[in-house]
Design a protein around this ligand. Structure first.
Ligand SMILES: Nc1ncnc2c1ncn2[C@@H]1O[C@H](COP(=O)(O)OP(=O)(O)OP(=O)(O)O)[C@@H](O)[C@H]1O
Ligand SMILES: [Mg+2]
Length: 440
């Protein structure tokens, strides 16, 4: 499994466009020969997912369903399981099958006394009202013998524990999202897409949920499971990084920054985004090594360690690949300009030496009139326009083949430019200037 994040500093730099075409190119390059499920394109934009709409391919279930399922697991299942753990020893004691000094009974009384009663407000299930009533009596129940009181006995008559157990079973079985239901396939190319369909974060409940560590942990677990099923996962990562999903960045093998080089402000923004990522990455790595990760980051890494082993996690962090794809190039001139600015910026931060060999220059995509996301037609241009396909092929090859020689920031501008053009195989010099002149 290789997880690649396509990331950019703001809206409209071409993350979605390039993610879609890179997924198509990788799928074709691998030709489905290596595995049944070679490539998954994952729309991580929870605010405004677009991929399923653009490609007009709709999964059976949306992320809205996923969030409902995960919420069900966080709120209902745990809660119901706890109630069951309380009710069963209570009943056994009342029926004379458990002695009053039984540790199981005493433990269930302790849980009963301490459970957060507000949880009843979030849950709705058969016998919920009766069980809630039992909790409203907590003030009168201190020791096992109090459970023999008349009111409690009458209440227990109205709770069918067998039926309650069945309800719990049903909730448990509905709480595991089935990944296949959330995936659809782009038949023309054979890659899978996952995510989005409808805005999630805009919905009040879900907006709150995504900030809750328990809920987020389940969402990350789902993402991790998806990643394990595919040979390559391409993440269309929302603008401004991954916000609430920042932990994911640590399981990503390769981060590809889309540099919008169409104007100087966009270039500045792209450089700044790379710096922000480096800062985040360094903090995380340092805290990991010091053993001082906390909260969700720690929970997530602990799970990764279980899956990949300690060395695997450390290696992935230490060797995380970083690359740049220049998008919307119009002439060859903006590339050296952008490279010089980036070097200077890193130099000022004292980070140039550290990163000059780590930041690879992976691709160059021209500003091209064929590409047009607004009418959906030009979005999946791969295989439909030779020049552009060659450009994307070069990027795809560098993702799937670690032996492809890629220039780094330490190379000269001339070397970088000629390598990027040469790797696109076609008569790129001429074609490229032709595109540029046709657009100017
Ligand atoms: N190389 C290019 N040449 C011409 N148009 C392009 C190019 N790359 C992207 N575009 C166009 O720019 C617009 C924005 O692209 P896209 O939606 O892929 O960006 P994004 O980074 O995913 O944006 P968002 O953050 O809003 O999701 C689209 O209309 C797309 O067709
Ligand atoms: Mg997008």
């Amino acid at each position: 499994m290789a997880v690649v994040s396509i990331i950019g500093h703001k809206g409209g730099v071409g993350k979605t466009t390039l993610s879609i075409n890179i997924a198509a190119a990788i799928t074709q390059a691998l030709n489905s020969a290596t595995s049944d499920k070679p490539v998954c394109l994952f729309d991580l934009d929870l605010r405004l997912p677009t991929i399923t709409g653009i490609l007009n391919s709709h999964p059976q279930k949306t992320f809205f369903d996923l969030f409902e399922t995960l919420a069900n697991r966080t709120y209902q299942v745990d809660f119901l399981q706890t109630l069951y753990q309380i009710l069963v020893p209570f009943r056994e004691y009342k029926e004379g099958n458990l002695p009053k000094e039984s540790p199981r009974l005493l433990k269930s009384i302790a849980i009963y006394k301490n459970l957060n009663e507000k949880l009843f407000n979030y849950s709705n299930f058969e016998f919920g009202d009766q069980i809630h009533e039992l909790f409203l009596m907590r003030g009168e129940i201190e020791r096992p013998s109090d459970l023999r009181k008349k009111e409690v006995t009458q209440l227990f008559k109205r709770i069918d524990i067998k039926k309650f157990k069945n309800i719990l079973r049903e909730y448990e079985s509905n709480a595991q999202p089935n990944i296949d239901e959330y995936i659809s396939y782009i038949e023309e190319y054979g890659f899978a897409i996952l995510g989005g369909e409808i805005p999630i974060i805009g919905k009040k409940h879900h907006r709150q949920r995504i900030n809750e560590p328990e809920f987020l942990a389940l969402f990350l677990e789902f993402i991790q499971k998806v990643c394990e099923e595919f040979g390559h996962v391409i993440l269309d990562t929302p603008a401004g990084g991954v916000n609430h999903l920042s932990s994911i960045m640590n399981s990503i093998d390769q981060v590809l920054f889309i540099f919008d080089v169409s104007n100087t402000i966009a270039i500045k923004g792209s450089i700044d985004a790379l710096h922000t990522f480096i800062d985040y990455y360094e903090d995380f790595y340092e805290n990991y090594q010091k053993g001082s990760l906390s909260g969700l980051d720690k929970a997530y890494v602990d799970r990764l360690i279980l899956a990949k082993g300690e060395k695997g996690v450390l290696d992935a962090l230490a060797n995380k690949k970083m690359g740049i794809i220049f998008n919307r190039c119009q002439t060859n001139k903006e590339i050296p300009l952008c490279l010089d600015q980036l070097r200077e910026y890193l130099e000022t931060l004292d980070k140039y030496e550290k990163y000059k060999d780590r930041i690879h220059l992976v691709g160059l995509v021209p500003n091209h009139k064929v590409i047009n996301i607004t009418n959906n037609r030009g979005t999946l241009f791969y295989d439909k326009d030779k020049t552009l396909s060659n450009r994307v092929d070069a990027i795809a090859r560098s993702i799937i083949d670690s032996n492809v020689a890629q220039p780094t920031l330490a190379y000269s501008n001339k070397e970088i430019l000629s390598n990027l053009e040469k790797r696109s195989k076609s008569r790129i010099g001429r074609t490229f200037s032709r595109i540029a002149s046709s657009l100017s």
